[in-house]
Design a protein around this ligand. Structure first.
Ligand SMILES: NC(=O)c1ccc[n+]([C@@H]2O[C@H](COP(=O)([O-])OP(=O)(O)OC[C@H]3O[C@@H](n4cnc5c(N)ncnc54)[C@H](O)[C@@H]3O)[C@@H](O)[C@H]2O)c1
Length: 369
């Protein structure tokens, strides 16, 4: 049996609690050695609550003292890149919360730091790891479902104005974007995990009702390399909240309806006439029972590290998702369809998700709220 993987957490706020609980759920595969936060009181209280022996306020010093194998980056997005660089420089692999960076430029810098260090960087996109999503992917790959034709990817959530009182939220410079970057990114990542490379995006983004700098809703039409098309909606203005994904393949419709995570009962499978037996026997015969969530992804990360493989979600896959986010902003703010080739270093949307700025940048925030 492998020795436990030594894990340190940096940023000990809300999501770090989910990380600590999920890591505890992995038993003796993990040794949680340190918790670091710029707020020392927060770091100490977090470490005490979760039985973590070393609390620190300086990431470099803490890593030098505790020598973890893996660092989970749970700070606000604006601090992800620096924390990842420090962890890589101390010889640790990195698992970084979504969104991995604020911009595509920063993402390239993260890739460069990972390549120089020889360590791995993975991004948390936990919805890929429930057994329903894994079954769907393997049924598609095995040809059971036929050609993908149409998909719907709706993240219609509700965040009241007070949610944006947290200073880093609702701002391009600290959160990187609104619900496209911060909320719908999970389902868009799952959409891409199933359908693969996208080729074109046409989008609209609006600041409709919240006093924020970013959008509070976006809508996009996405075309995929294999010909499928998807309609994507990202909102924080929707009182009846839902996360909904629908895939219409030639031989079945597969739907997922949930909010922040799913189990088996969140899926619905409707075979096309004549394909009932093949579709339903594959769906009921595959791996079952693992809900989506951090625990499922962390287990997959540990499996990959133990096998000497790249842990999921890899930088290449996270880059594709980040480019889709950038493409939605680029199309919405330029008024033109956008492809992956339009988002290279010469593009303003490579430098900053908002490019030259959204059309509403000149309207005072309080006039919209
Ligand atoms: N995967 C998910 O489902 C999910 C859900 C919620 C949040 N998140 C992501 O998790 C990250 C953190 O979100 P949160 O809600 O926990 O935020 P939070 O504000 O509750 O916690 C962030 C913590 O990081 C600390 N911090 C800030 N800058 C730091 C730095 N430079 N070094 C060390 N500590 C620092 C803060 O003091 C705070 O304690 C964000 O990237 C967010 O998008 C992911």
């Amino acid at each position: 049996m492998n020795a436990p993987v030594r894990v340190a957490l940096v940023g000990t706020g809300n999501i770090a609690r989910i990380h600590a609980e999920a890591l505890r759920g992995l038993g003796d595969r993990v040794d949680l050695v340190a918790g670091v936060d710029v707020d020392g009181v927060q770091a100490r209280s977090f470490c005490q609550t979760h039985g973590i022996p070393h609390a620190g306020t300086d990431l470099g010093r803490t890593l030098a003292a505790t020598r973890p194998d893996l660092v989970h980056v749970c700070t606000p997005p604006g601090a992800h890149l620096d924390a990842a660089r420090i962890a890589l420089a101390h010889g640790a692999h990195v698992l970084i919360e979504k969104p991995p960076t604020l911009t595509l430029r920063q993402f390239t810098e993260l890739e460069t730091a990972a390549n120089h260090s020889g360590r791995h960087v993975a991004t948390v996109f936990q919805h890929r790891f429930g057994s329903g999503a894994r079954r769907l992917r393997s049924m598609y790959e095995a040809g059971v479902l036929g050609r993908p034709l149409l998909a719907l990817c709706h993240t219609t959530w509700f965040r009241p104005q007070e949610y944006f009182d947290v200073p880093w939220r609702g701002r391009w410079d600290t959160e990187g974007g609104g619900p496209t970057m911060g909320h719908g990114i999970h389902q868009m990542d799952l959409l891409l995990a199933i359908l693969g490379d996208w080729t074109q995006v046409s989008a609209v983004a609006r600041r409709q009702a919240r006093d924020v700098d970013t959008e509070d809703l976006s809508l996009a039409h996405v075309t995929f390399a294999d010909g499928a098309v998807a309609s994507v909606v990202n909102s924080v203005l929707s009182p009846r909240e839902e996360s909904y994904l629908r895939f219409d393949f030639a031989r079945a419709t597969i739907e997922l309806t949930h909010l922040y995570g799913y189990g088996e009962d969140a899926w619905r499978v409707t075979p096309a006439p004549g394909h009932e037996e093949a579709v339903l026997s594959a769906w009921h015969g595959g791996e079952r029972g693992e809900p989506s969530g951090h625990r499922a992804q962390f287990a997959a990360v540990l499996d990959a590290l133990a096998a000497g493989e790249r842990p999921p979600v890899t930088l290449a896959e996270a880059r594709r998702t980040m480019r889709l986010v950038a493409a939605i902003y680029a199309s919405a703010f330029s008024g033109h369809p956008v492809g992956p080739g339009d988002l290279g270093p010469g593009s303003p949307f490579h430098e900053r998700m908002q490019g030259g700025g959204p059309p509403w940048r000149l309207i005072p925030r309080q006039e919209v709220a």
